[in-house]
Design a protein around this ligand. Sequence first.
Ligand SMILES: C[S@@+](CC[C@H](N)C(=O)[O-])C[C@H]1O[C@@H](n2cnc3c(N)ncnc32)[C@H](O)[C@@H]1O
Length: 259
Amino acid sequence: MLAVGRQTMKELMNTYNPIDLLFGGMEKLGPGSNVHTLNVLRLLPKEQFHVIVDAGCGAGRQTMVLAKELGTLVHAVDSYEPFLNDLTRRAKSAGIEHLVETHCMDMKDIPGVFPHIDLLWSEGAAYNIGFPNALTIWASAINEGGFAVVSELSWLRDQVPDAVREFFFSGYPDMQSIQQNLAVAANAGYGVLTTYTLPKDAWVKGYYDLLEPRAQALIDHPDSSVRDFAVETIKEIEIFKHSEDSYGYVFYVLQRAYR
Ligand SMILES: C[S@@+](CC[C@H](N)C(=O)[O-])C[C@H]1O[C@@H](n2cnc3c(N)ncnc32)[C@H](O)[C@@H]1O
């Protein structure tokens, strides 16, 4: 999914849409799983929230988990309508359409639409507007004592294989260590409750294991933007295989400070 950040959605929307070709119909659009979403949810010291927003929800895997577990309406925000349509279909077939409301909009505009949030959830999406920027923008909309649970690609140790460092130097130069991200959260007006790092199998099962053969099948596609997207995805997966645990997806479990 990092490849998406390199090209704007508009650039990708041509005759052949690489996003649909590669990700169409997938439930997981990034690393994660229902079990880990639940594990993280249970780290919060509260179980009831009035206003819940899932920022960059994609096809809504985690939206459905939150809605089912909390039994509360979840506002699912994403800028790509086909993903939201998938979520609507899934919510209907699970019989929880009354607990999911989709909003096709930019997640940077969340404060204007949802000015009083009790729980802001975002898995693998904040990087699209920059993690520090996302935390700062959303802080203005989260009630005092409310929560933000935001996952972000993070360096896990200082020793990083050269190929990995090079890949992220161009692919995601803004990636920070956990300590640096904790400082970012504190500066943006949050207290840190805890962090939770996804294990490697959450990257593979239902995500890279589906994405890799899809990308392989597209490397000779007639459209160059599709080929480039496929090649970049395969490279990302290869880098992951040789990562030596140098990076990972980390949930930052945050509480909006009392003003
Ligand atoms: C890596 S996917 C993660 C989706 C989902 N949270 C998951 O884990 O399966 C990132 C999502 O962010 C969405 N996105 C990217 N930029 C956005 C923006 N500025 N506003 C809202 N959504 C955005 C993309 O459409 C995509 O669905």
